[in-house]
Design a protein around this ligand. Structure first.
Ligand code: ADP
Ligand code: GLC
Length: 493
C-alpha cells in the first residue's frame, strides 16, 4: 500500500503562484508520486482556480466552524496525475486580487478566517471526515496559512502524523486574541506551548509547536532560524525543537526549467550549444530597450520587491555597476516604494537599466536564459529557487552567503576555480559595497578570463538540483514520522 500524504498549502504552480512556495507545492507532490507515494494537495478555490483544474467533481459539503458553507471538490493537477482537493467557499476565496492581498496590495482583512478554514478543512480530511474514500497517513502542511492543521490535529488521539515546513519564517500569521475567540478555536490551543504568542496568537506556531516534525528548505536556513538574528522571535522555540527540525534543500522542476526545451526562450540551448545563448541575451536587451551590445555584461534580477530580497542593495550599487559598463534588467513587483525606486532607476539611466514592474513568467524564463549574471543579494533566503534556475540556464549567480544561497552556489575563489567547482560569486555583508565588489570580480572574470568564465558557466549548468534527491529525503522523514515518533532526526541539521 502506498503512503498517503495530504499536502496543505496556500499556493501551487500552475494553479496559483506568488513565489517559490507555489513551485514547491506544485513539484514536490509529483516527485513524491514518482517514488510511489499517493500525494494529494488541498488548496483554497481562489477565483479562476476551479476553471483550471481538470476532472473536477464535488466530494461533498463541509461544515467548518466559523466559516460560511463550504464544499470540497476533487480534481487533477494540470498536466499531471496528482490529485488536488479544492476548498470551495466563495465568500472567502472567490474574489479579485491575490491569495493574500486585495487589488490595492493590502492584506485581506479576513485572512485569519480564510486560512483558519483551510486548516479546519485539512483536519477534517485528515480525520476521514471529508472524503469517505481517502484518509491520509500523514499531513504535510506548508507555512503559516496551513499552520492550524497540525495544531488542530495535535488535539486528536487517532490522527495521522504531521510535518510542517517553514518556507519563510518572516511571515507568521499573527492576529489578536479577539480573533482567536471569534474563530471559536479550541481553548486548549491558547497556551504558550501552542498558539499563544506574546498576548496574540500566531498561525505559524501551530506548525512549529504542534507538528510531529519540522522541516525547512535548506540546511543553512535550518541553523540560521535557531539564532536571534534570523529567528524573528521564534528562535527559542526552534532551538527547543532542534531534534525535530531538518533542513532539506528544495529541488527545481526540470519539466518547467530546462534551457534545452524551454518554449519561452528565443533560442534553446544546452551545455553543448552554449553559443546559442547569445540570441537570448539579444532578446532580453530588445525587450528592455537596451542597446544590443553582445560584450556588455548583462545583469539581471527577478523577485518579489521586498526588504528580504535586497533590491535596494542593487540600487545602492547601481552607479558603480554602470561605471563598469554593465547593463541591468529587473523584473519584480511588491512594495510600492521599491517598485517606485526601480522605475526611477530606469528613468535615470535609459538604455542602461531596463525595468518591468509586474509578474511575468515567460519573461522570467527569458531573463534566466539571456543575462550573463543573476543578482540575488538577499538579506535572508530560506532556499531561493532563482539562483538554481540561473545555474541551470548559464546565468552566473552573484549571491549573499545566506540560507539556501550559501548551500547552492560555490564562490569562484582561486581554489574553487582551480578544481572546477566554482559556480558563482558570493559575498557576505548585506551592503551595496560588498555586492558591488562581488560584481566587480564577476565582470573582471567575464571580460578578461573567458576560459575561466566558461568553466564557471558549464559547472553551474552541470549541477543537479532535480527534485528526486530531496523527495527521497522527505519520504525518509515521513517514514520516521510514522514508525518511530520518538526517534531523533535523520542527520539532524
Ligand atoms: P520567494 O519564494 O521568496 O519569492 P524563490 O526564489 O524561492 O523566492 O521563488 C521565486 C519564484 O517566483 C521563482 O519561480 C521566480 O521566477 C518567481 N517570480 C518572482 N517574481 C516574479 C515576477 N515578477 N515575475 C515572474 N516570476 C517571478
Ligand atoms: C519562500 C522563501 C524562498 C524559498 C521558497 C520555497 O518563499 O522566501 O527562499 O525558496 O519559499 O521554499
Amino acid at each position: 500500500m502506498s503512503l498517503k500524504v495530504l499536502f496543505v498549502a496556500s499556493e501551487a504552480h500552475p494553479l496559483v503562484k506568488t513565489g517559490g512556495l507555489a513551485d514547491v507545492a506544485g513539484a514536490l507532490p509529483r516527485a513524491l508520486a514518482r517514488l510511489g507515494a499517493d500525494v494529494r494537495l488541498l488548496l483554497p478555490a481562489y477565483r479562476g482556480v476551479t476553471a483550471r483544474v481538470p476532472d473536477l467533481r464535488e466530494v461533498g459539503p463541509l461544515e467548518l466552524a466559523a466559516a460560511p458553507p463550504a464544499r470540497l471538490l476533487r480534481g487533477r493537477m494540470p498536466r499531471s496525475r496528482a490529485r488536488v482537493y479544492l476548498l470551495d467557499i466563495p465568500e472567502l476565496y472567490d474574489r479579485p486580487g491575490g491569495p493574500y492581498t486585495g487589488p490595492d496590495g493590502g492584506d485581506w482583512p479576513d485572512n485569519a478566517w480564510r486560512f483558519a478554514a483551510l486548516g479546519r478543512a485539512a483536519a477534517a480530511l485528515a480525520l476521514g471526515k471529508a472524503d469517505p474514500r481517502w484518509r491520509p497517513d500523514l499531513v504535510h502542511a506548508h507555512d503559516w496559512q496551513a499552520g492550524l492543521a497540525p495544531a488542530l490535529l495535535s488535539l486528536e488521539r487517532e490522527r495521522p502524523a504531521t510535518v510542517f515546513t517553514v518556507h519563510n519564517l518572516a511571515y507568521q500569521g499573527v492576529f489578536p486574541w479577539e480573533t482567536f475567540r471569534d474563530l471559536a478555536l479550541p481553548w486548549e490551543l491558547w497556551s504558550m506551548e501552542r498558539l499563544e504568542y506574546y498576548g496574540q496568537f500566531a498561525f505559524i506556531k501551530g506548525g512549529l509547536a504542534c507538528a510531529d516534525w519540522l522541516t525547512t528548505v535548506s540546511p543553512t536556513y535550518a541553523r540560521e532560524i535557531q539564532t536571534p538574528e534570523h529567528g524573528f522571535g521564534l528562535d527559542g522555540l526552534l532551538r527547543h525543537r532542534a531534534e525535530r527540525l531538518v533542513g532539506i534543500l528544495n529541488g527545481i522542476d526540470h519539466e518547467e526549467w530546462s534551457p534545452g526545451r524551454d518554449p519561452h526562450l528565443a533560442a534553446r540551448f544546452t551545455r553543448r550549444t552554449l553559443g546559442r545563448r547569445a540570441r537570448n541575451k539579444a532578446a532580453v536587451q530588445a525587450r528592455f530597450g537596451l542597446p544590443a551590445h553582445a560584450g556588455a555584461p548583462l545583469l539581471g534580477h527577478i523577485g518579489r520587491l521586498v526588504e528580504q530580497k535586497g533590491a535596494d542593495l542593487i540600487l545602492g550599487a547601481l552607479d558603480g555597476l554602470l561605471a563598469h559598463g554593465a547593463q541591468l534588467v529587473v523584473l519584480g513587483s511588491g512594495a510600492p516604494h521599491l517598485e517606485q525606486a526601480v522605475r526611477e532607476a530606469a528613468a535615470r539611466y535609459p538604455g542602461r537599466v531596463g525595468v518591468h514592474v509586474g509578474y511575468d513568467e515567460p519573461l522570467a524564463h527569458l531573463i534566466e536564459g539571456g543575462v550573463d549574471m543573476f543578482l540575488m543579494p538577499s538579506r535572508f533566503e530560506p532556499c531561493g529557487l532563482n539562483q538554481m534556475y540561473s545555474l541551470r540556464y548559464g546565468a552566473v549567480p552573484v549571491v549573499r552567503r545566506t540560507g539556501g544561497l550559501a548551500d547552492t552556489v560555490v564562490d569562484a575563489d582561486e581554489a574553487a576555480l582551480a578544481t572546477g567547482r566554482a559556480t558563482g560569486f558570493v559575498f557576505e555583508a548585506p551592503e551595496p559595497a560588498a555586492l558591488l565588489e562581488a560584481c566587480r570580480r564577476a565582470i573582471a572574470c567575464y571580460r578578461d578570463r573567458p576560459a575561466d568564465w566558461r568553466r564557471i558557466v558549464l559547472a553551474g549548468m552541470a549541477q543537479d538540483f532535480s527534485w528526486r534527491a530531496s523527495a527521497r529525503r522527505y519520504l525518509e522523514l515521513y517514514r520516521r514520522a510514522l514508525d518511530g515518533r520518538s526517534r531523533a532526526a535523520p542527520g539532524g541539521v
